[in-house]
Design a binder for this molecule. Structure first.
Ligand SMILES: *Cc1c(COP(=O)(O)O)cnc(C)c1O
Length: 462
């Protein structure tokens, strides 16, 4: 980044309040971020308004290339599939698809979006607990890869396959106790209870379904690589067991997502650089376990299962920032300083879980003080940072929140404010708007008024 040097500032002494959360972390005063992906931020605000989301196409590409390189070096059959729900802006999805990524979708809407972007059905993994007959019929006709979540879906799919006169390859979603994460037992079939093996036998006995893949997604923001080692070992043991019990051939092992991004979970005092494994560390742990667990299978051909990765947040989080401007300063009754910003948890849903890094876009003078950053919503929980050390802010000063690429452009909520522009900085540092700011027309487009409610005249109140 261009502006990596911090200007010299007069040293200051800051009184720390008991219980202040920032004793160990980096202090953000004296640091600033003037540019992103090689482009100055301030002129972008003038041009596209505040708040503003800014994406880096170069970073998206680097992230996927690094992931694929790390895994391809260590295992011979690797497929990466982009988790749409993490950020399904078309520009983000297509950047990943251009890097070879398949699509991992979890709803009819996401499936339709992936198809409308031009992703071939056979490169779409269809996960999730809610797939109804109409979308399953389309998926069967088009040949996308279905990940079964429960028995009712299994029977529904079997009847659709029978009616279509087809044999459909299916993947089973599994859940189990890895010993390192809280098991997400509500998704898929449980291994320990025997439910998964029972379901595999039902598939094995079906003339229309064929079990060809196993899938599990342990959870999200998993910082301990041993969780993945346990996952690989459990899934490979189950693979051998179902192959023996049903005579099926498992062609793919999909280990879902969950790799952590360089973000700070609330309540975690160490900076993410010290806590979050690099992609290579995940790859090393996973591929070592997988190579060991499949070493007795012939090295050549399709007998080595394809390893499918669905990493979401680790691929996109650091490729996007949110820039917000100060609307007002306040002094709270307890003496703490607060600022009201033009972006709140309506835009930064992940603000509920992370202490995002907050940086001004220019060096700020003055003594850093514990500051609360509020959003613009008329809602008490609209807090962007409950506690951050910042020098005095002026109305109009811009603050950069990062990383914000994961789950914010999909989980953002439409509540009292228009959602702002999202721009993408391309590899040649040209810019385009990839999602236009909303306006009244967009907000009301789906509404209609019954005839008798078209006018607003009523009696005068005294
Ligand atoms: C959400 C999700 C992912 C992506 O998870 P991350 O934690 O963002 O990597 C991958 N696979 C499935 C099935 C998911 O539900």
């Amino acid at each position: 980044m261009k502006h990596s040097k911090t200007p010299w500032q007069k040293p200051t002494l800051t009184a720390h309040h008991m219980g202040a959360l920032n004793k160990f972390g980096r202090s953000t005063n004296q640091q600033y971020q003037a540019c992103f992906a090689g482009v100055d931020i301030q002129p972008l605000l003038a041009r596209y308004g505040s708040p503003l989301f800014i994406l880096s196409e170069a970073r998206l590409r680097q992230n996927v290339r690094r992931l694929l390189q790390a895994f391809n070096r260590r295992y011979e059959r690797v497929t990466y599939s982009w988790s749409y729900k993490t950020n399904y802006l078309a520009a983000v999805c297509n950047t990943f698809h251009q890097e070879g990524a398949w699509a991992e979708v979890v709803s009819a809407f996401e499936y339709e979006k992936a198809r409308s972007l031009g992703v071939p059905a056979e490169k779409i993994l269809f996960n999730g607990p809610h797939k109804e007959r109409p979308i399953l019929e389309r998926v069967v006709a088009e040949g996308a890869r279905i990940h079964l979540d429960h028995l009712d879906e299994l029977y529904l799919l079997e009847s659709i396959a029978r009616e279509a006169g087809r044999q459909v390859d299916v993947t089973m979603r599994l859940n189990f106790d890895s010993g390192y994460t809280e098991p997400w037992t509500r998704f898929g079939f449980n291994i320990e209870s025997g439910q998964a093996l029972d379901a595999a036998k039902i598939i094995g006995n079906s003339a229309h379904l064929q079990l060809s893949g196993l899938h599990s997604h342990l959870g999200t923001f998993i910082q301990d690589t041993r969780a993945y080692v346990a996952q690989i070992n459990i899934m490979c043991a189950f693979m051998e067991e179902v192959e023996q019990a049903t005579g099926c051939h498992i062609d793919s092992l999909d280990i879902g997502g969950g790799f952590a991004s360089m973000n700070s979970l609330q309540g975690s005092y160490l900076p993410p650089e010290q806590l979050v494994p690099g992609i290579e560390q995940y790859a090393e742990a996973i591929c070592t376990a997988l190579n060991a667990a499949t070493s007795h299978r012939p090295q050549q051909g399709k007998n080595k299962p394809r390893l499918i990765l669905e990493s979401g947040r680790a691929m996109v989080d650091d490729a996007e920032i949110l820039v917000s401007s100060v609307v007002a300063n306040k002094r709270m009754p307890d003496g703490r300083r607060a600022a009201v910003l033009d972006a709140g948890v309506n835009l930064l849903f992940t603000g509920f879980w992370y202490n995002h890094q907050v940086m001004p876009t220019r060096p700020l003078d003055g003594i850093a003080e514990d500051t609360i950053l509020y959003g613009p919503l008329c809602m008490n929980i609209d807090v962007m940072r409950a506690s951050v050390m910042l020098p005095p802010l002026n109305v109009g000063d811009a603050l950069v929140f990062s990383p914000v690429g994961a789950y914010n452009n999909t989980q953002w909520m439409q509540f009292i404010e228009y959602r702002p522009n999202v721009v993408m900085i391309h590899e040649d540092q040209q810019l385009s708007v990839v999602r236009k700011a909303e306006d009244l027309q967009v907000m009301t487009a789906q509404e209609s008024l019954p005839e008798h409610l078209l006018h607003v005249d009523g009696p005068e109140q005294t």
